[in-house]
Design a protein around this ligand. Structure first.
Ligand code: PLP
Length: 438
């Protein structure tokens, strides 16, 4: 059975007249994998429906936010109710503290926080705050980690740029990134060396505690603890960018999963996004009180946003977090089980067919790297055979399974995925892999 993409193709042509590449975010483009990008009409639960009426198992969940599945009824109702009271006021509402309280319940390391409208803003603002608080100019990030597209952070920034072979970005002057130190992930010695070279000049270290934006890469044993110890030793702040991992790996994100929740151990600042907005645009940066109180209007670090704490977004976030917390004992074990069945099931098929594949999975995020070698940092991820991945992606899409269109992006499973979806994905993968080796 061959799917038709004729309406999507027509919509793509029209979109290209007005939007560069026909998209509003480059990660949505299919240039790296070829084939037809379907235009979405609607989605429910684990499924996307496109303009031609094709139904796909969704394996990217809007790039992370849709942990509960699409059009989750309590979230839909919360947005509708909030919309009826007007979409924006530009003044405070009770919902902002309601959602803040839920976030701090999940993340004990966050004493105070601020809402913004994207993960980009959250990370950009967290770095400004860290620099303002410490009075130091430099910061360390890691190759393959993505922290949004603000200028100073577009250095070795993972998937989006890696997929298109762009080293950083045109339009970012060298002076803008001269205080950005980009180091390989999972290597404590290079971090120690950077601090030895500039003991009093580095404001903070920011990282994805589990990398998602170079494909999924877990922190090695002792890595997070080592970063905590080094930053403490030199008086720098440690920022966990949990825009992707927050609420996904556990209600308290990677810091809960790996035991970095409180006191000495906890990160100084955390950034959140994606799930916290339940599909609407929300970002968060927060952490220790005395750091957060450096923000305007209390302190000298400026940061603002016309639509920050937007009432629709707050309503969607509250409904999402309430559902997660109420059903955490069933949701997280199910996510673990479903994702393992999908990731390992396909791995087994690949092994049987002699396709070299490394599976990195943490909870409900994972990557099928088309390389037989372990992937522990960006350099090892980059050894993947992206042509094989592209062929696999096309094979899966034709069989009704929509994977993220890049080797260097994590796939996501939602709580709406279950045994039926596991079977659909494994069946599609069986056929797609057979077609590839034939
Ligand atoms: C998605 C993401 C961001 C950027 O968030 P946007 O809302 O796309 O601006 C930042 N950091 C990480 C780890 C992300 O996955």
């Amino acid at each position: 059975m061959k799917l038709s993409f004729s309406r999507s193709d027509a919509l793509q042509s029209r979109a290209e007249r007005y939007l560069p590449g026909g998209v509003d975010s480059p990660v949505r483009a299919f240039r790296a994998v070829g084939g037809h990008p379907p235009f979405v009409e609607s989605a429910t639960g684990a499924y996307l429906i496109d303009a031609d009426g094709n139904r796909f198992v969704d394996m990217f969940g809007s790039w992370g936010p849709m942990l509960l599945g699409h059009a989750y009824p309590p979230v839909v109702e919360a947005i509708q109710a909030a919309a009826a009271k007007s979409a924006s006021f530009g003044a405070s509402t009770a919902a902002e503290a309601d959602l803040a309280e839920l976030v701090t319940q999940c993340f004990p390391s966050i004493e105070k926080l601020r809402f913004v409208s994207s993960g980009t803003e959250a990370c950009m603002s967290a770095i400004r705050l860290a620099r303002g608080f410490t009075g130091r100019p430099f910061f360390i990030k890691f190759e393959g980690c993505y922290h949004g597209h603000s200028d100073a952070l577009l250095v070795k920034a993972g998937s989006g740029v890696a997929t298109f072979g762009i080293p950083g970005s045109a339009g970012v002057p060298e002076e803008t990134v001269k205080h950005t130190i980009a180091l390989p992930y999972n290597d404590l010695a290079v971090v120690e060396a950077a601090f030895e070279a500039r003991p009093a000049e580095i404001a903070c270290v920011i990282l994805e505690p589990v990398v998602g934006n170079a494909g999924t890469i877990a922190p090695g044993p002792g890595y997070l603890a080592g970063l905590r110890a080094i930053t403490k030793k030199y008086g720098a702040l440690l920022i966990f960018d949990e825009v992707m991992t927050g609420f996904r790996l556990a209600p308290g994100g990677a810091q809960e999963l790996y035991g970095f929740t409180s006191g000495e151990n906890a990160p100084d600042l955390t950034t959140l996004g994606k799930i916290v907005g339940g599909g609407l645009p929300v970002g968060v940066f927060g952490g220790r009180k005395e750091i957060m109180d450096h923000l305007a209007p209390l302190g000298p670090v400026y940061q603002a946003g016309t639509l920050s704490g937007n009432p629709l977004a707050m309503a969607a976030g509250i409904a999402t977090l309430k559902a997660l917390l109420a059903e955490r004992d069933t949701i997280y074990p199910k996510l673990e089980q479903t994702t393992a069945a999908i990731a390992d099931g396909v791995g087994k098929l690949a092994a049987e067919l002699g396709v070299g594949m490394t599976i990195n999975r943490v909870g409900s995020m994972f990557t099928w790297f088309f390389t037989p070698e372990p992937v522990t940092d960006f350099a090892s991820a980059a050894k993947s055979n992206t042509e094989e991945f592209a062929a696999f992606h096309r094979g899966m899409l034709e069989r009704g399974v929509w994977l993220p269109p890049s080797q260097f992006e994590a796939a996501f499973v939602s709580a709406a995925h279950g045994e039926h979806e596991v079977n659909l994905v494994l069946k599609a993968a069986h056929e797609a892999l057979h077609q590839m080796v034939r």
